[in-house]
Design a protein around this ligand. Structure first.
Ligand code: NDP
Ligand code: MG
Length: 383
């Protein structure tokens, strides 16, 4: 039997992380756990260590490191951002399922180590796309997307050459408030926003899906991954989440990737690429019929998409700023400090003090991210 592929799962205690472990468990030994990481969830991480016997884990604090070391004396334990960057260099594949800007350490670490990044953490690409691309050029590393839309596009692109591509069409479920009026949106609660119609995901991305900021981040993610211009990226609302995205070629042909919504399919795709292997995840049957709907996004109400195209047009750190302001706003919303509609207000307001910024290293991106967070936090405080 061929040697197994060693995989580290960063953010293993989260929604994607747990599903990735399920994919590894179902791989019949083809995939093997090398490393795991969690920020603060000692209990779930401990269960995962007992079940998967990783060589190394990365944790969020020294206290957590002590507690894990006491329970598992044979496991190497690393801490914080530096630990993430170091361990990401070590296995064949780094599956980046950390949430938010903190995931950038994983992406950059795996690239520095010449290893594959199976990328769920879109924030690292939105916040530091130009830096990530520069580092990729100097490395033998590759990014294979896990985000379902980008995994779909990655597959559709195998149907033609780069200069035959006319546009990428990202699908969006439209989120739980697809049909809400502006007045109804003023009253939505955290519980409403966390009730996604088609996907079960972590809290941050679920809120992002409700504002369409998730799709906004994904427009930027597609721009960074697929070497297209921003006017070659379109979004269409597709409430069933069966068509995961499409590519239109210059002859008018559109190729789509379709399956039931199950993140284990794009996770397995990114871990096994370029091969396709069983078992089946998200398999689709037509025996009960299948009806699919498509409609335009209501961009005047769900303003996130306009923010993404604006940030790409400005360039010079604007996507970094957008990501940071959104993270601060979503965190404040989840803590019930601001209303749902204030998320847009915080992002838009924070851009009034945006400063252009070019960056060529991690420290410089970090400084810009921190500045944007400070400005956004001040706005949260003033609401
Ligand atoms: P979750 O909130 O469920 O999990 C987040 C994971 O990251 C947890 O393991 C958490 O550890 C860890 N973590 C949180 N903060 C930090 C930090 N500061 N440093 C290190 N680790 C941290 O998120 P999801 O699994 O939903 O999403 C993960 C990423 O994947 C996001 O970027 C999201 O946009 C993307 N994604 C998710 C999809 C989904 O279906 N869930 C679909 C497509 C993309 P702990 O448990 O200890 O807090
Ligand atoms: Mg997605």
């Amino acid at each position: 039997m061929a040697e197994s592929v060693k995989v580290s799962i960063f953010g293993s205690t989260g929604s994607i992380g747990v599903q990735a472990l399920d994919v590894i468990k179902g791989s019949g030994g083809r995939l093997e756990v090398y490393g795991l990481s969690a920020n603060s969830n000692v209990e779930v991480l401990s269960q995962q260590i007992a079940q998967f016997s990783p060589e190394v884990v990365v944790v969020g604090s020294e206290e957590m490191a002590t507690s894990i070391s006491e329970r598992f004396s044979k496991v190497r334990v690393e801490v914080g951002g530096e630990g993430l960057g170091q361990v990401a260099m070590e296995a064949d594949v780094a599956l980046n399922a950390v949430v938010g800007f903190a995931g950038l350490r994983v992406t950059l670490g795996a690239i520095a180590g010449g290893k594959r990044v199976a990328l769920a953490n879109k924030e690292s690409l939105v916040a530091a796309g130009p830096l990530v691309r520069m580092k990729l050029e100097e490395s033998t590393s590759e990014i294979v997307p896990v985000d379902s839309e980008h995994a779909a596009i990655h597959q559709c692109l195998r149907g033609g050459s780069h200069n035959e591509v006319k546009r990428l069409i990202l699908t969006s479920s439209g989120g739980p408030f697809r049909r809400f009026s502006a007045t109804e949106l003023e009253g939505v609660t955290v519980a409403d926003a966390l009730n996604h119609p088609t996907w079960k995901m972590g809290p941050k991305i679920t809120v992002d899906s409700s504002t369409l900021m998730n799709k906004a981040l994904e427009v930027i993610e597609a721009y960074e991954l697929f070497d297209v211009t921003s006017d070659q990226i379109d979004v269409v609302v597709h409430p069933e989440s069966i068509v995961h995205s499409l590519v239109e070629f210059v002859d008018g042909s559109q190729i789509a990737q379709i399956s039931r919504p199950d993140m284990r399919l794009p996770i397995a795709y990114a871990l096994n690429y370029p091969e396709r292997v069983s078992p089946v995840y998200g398999g689709l049957s037509y025996s009960d019929g299948l009806t699919l709907h498509f409609e335009e996004a209501r961009r005047s109400i769900f303003r996130g998409l306009d923010f993404a195209y604006m940030a790409l047009e400005i360039g010079d750190g604007a996507p970094t700023w957008l990501n940071a302001a959104n993270e601060v706003a979503v965190d404040a919303f989840l803590r019930e400090r601001i209303r749902w509609t204030d998320i847009y207000r915080v992002i838009e307001g924070s851009f009034e003090s945006f400063e252009k910024w070019t960056f060529s290293d991690f420290e410089s991106v970090l400084s810009l991210d921190e500045l944007a967070r400070r400005r956004a936090s001040e706005l949260v405080g003033s609401l």
